[in-house]
Design a binder for this molecule. Structure first.
Ligand code: SIN
Length: 291
């Protein structure tokens, strides 16, 4: 029997919270309700979880293949599909998690041939201030574009790269000591890709704007000069982060937040400092090739 769950909208723009579910003990009927809400609201917060790592992986696997992480240094020893995001340190003062994940607007794995479907974050510990996550509804961003821009970008492709070294629109966090070496290695291992700027969601069929300051470094298309492409990319990025498309998630301990990378962008807001600890577990589920 399905768990008696309640679903409430989190904002006019996007997002819903789910109350009354225990993800450690999830039946198929309850999962179906969560999945429908996920497709409808694009971002979900499942409250009051005390989530075991194995249950987090199992829940994630209901949405598709859970990807190994590029950064193996900070995965859980017992569950390597779970990445630790944290500003905490061990007894020797070494970082125990990724400290600068997602500090610029992006969609996860946009730099891969098969970008992510959903990302799932479980909040173990929140700082006393800051540490929020901002989301942007990229269906709404697309829908609100002028018709002439929709026509102009229909056949254009975004060029995406994992490397911050190639991207003039982002800064490298001072908190990452090995940044240059880290991004150079990623450049060698993960070749750049292109995807349509107008992405069609494989399940809902809706169109969204598919670009971000973190991973989109250029726009490619017949007859477009580099300069015009650069200006267009600046305009699309500025449009996509307008406040009317946004929802800010203020975390509570025990929140499990998941979002659909096929129609949203997000960023971590920062604004907290050690020893005020922010500690989360993350899984990423592989998605489809874009169309
Ligand atoms: C991410 O972009 O994966 C991290 C988001 C966050 O930590 O709020």
């Amino acid at each position: 029997m399905a768990q008696p769950i309640k679903i409430h909208r989190l904002s006019e723009t996007m997002g819903a919270e789910i109350i009354g579910v225990d993800l450690n003990d999830l039946d198929d009927a309850t999962f179906d309700q969560i999945n429908q809400a996920y497709l409808k609201y694009q971002m979900l917060c499942i409250r009051n979880q005390d989530l075991k790592p194995a249950a987090m992986v199992q829940f994630s696997e209901r949405f598709g293949d859970v990807l190994p992480h590029d950064n193996l240094k900070f995965t859980l020893d017992t569950h390597p599909k779970i990445l630790v995001l944290s500003n905490d340190v061990d007894a020797n003062g070494n970082q125990i998690g990724v400290i600068d994940a997602g500090d610029a607007w992006h969609s996860d794995h946009q730099f891969k041939e098969h970008p992510a479907n959903c990302t799932i974050l479980y909040s173990v510990k929140n700082p006393s201030r800051g540490g929020h996550t901002d989301f942007a509804n990229m269906y709404n961003a697309y829908d609100a574009l002028p018709e002439r821009t929709k026509t102009q970008i229909l056949k254009l492709r975004g060029h995406h790269s994992i490397s911050k070294l190639k991207n003039k629109r982002v800064e490298i966090s001072g908190a990452r000591k090995d940044a240059i070496e880290f991004y150079k290695r990623q450049e060698r291992e993960i070749p750049d890709v292109t995807h349509p700027l107008v992405r069609v969601h494989p399940v809902t069929g809706r169109k969204s704007l598919y670009c971000s300051p973190r991973f989109t470094i250029a726009i490619e298309g017949n007859g477009l000069s580099t300069e015009d492409a650069d200006t267009l990319l600046d305009e699309l990025i500025a449009h996509s982060i307008k406040t009317e498309f946004r929802y800010r998630h203020v975390w509570h301990d025990g929140d499990v937040v998941m979002w659909d990378n096929r129609c949203t962008n997000h960023r971590a807001t920062g604004g907290y400092e050690y020893p005020d600890i922010r500690h989360l577990y993350r899984t990423t589920v592989e998605g489809e090739a874009t169309s």
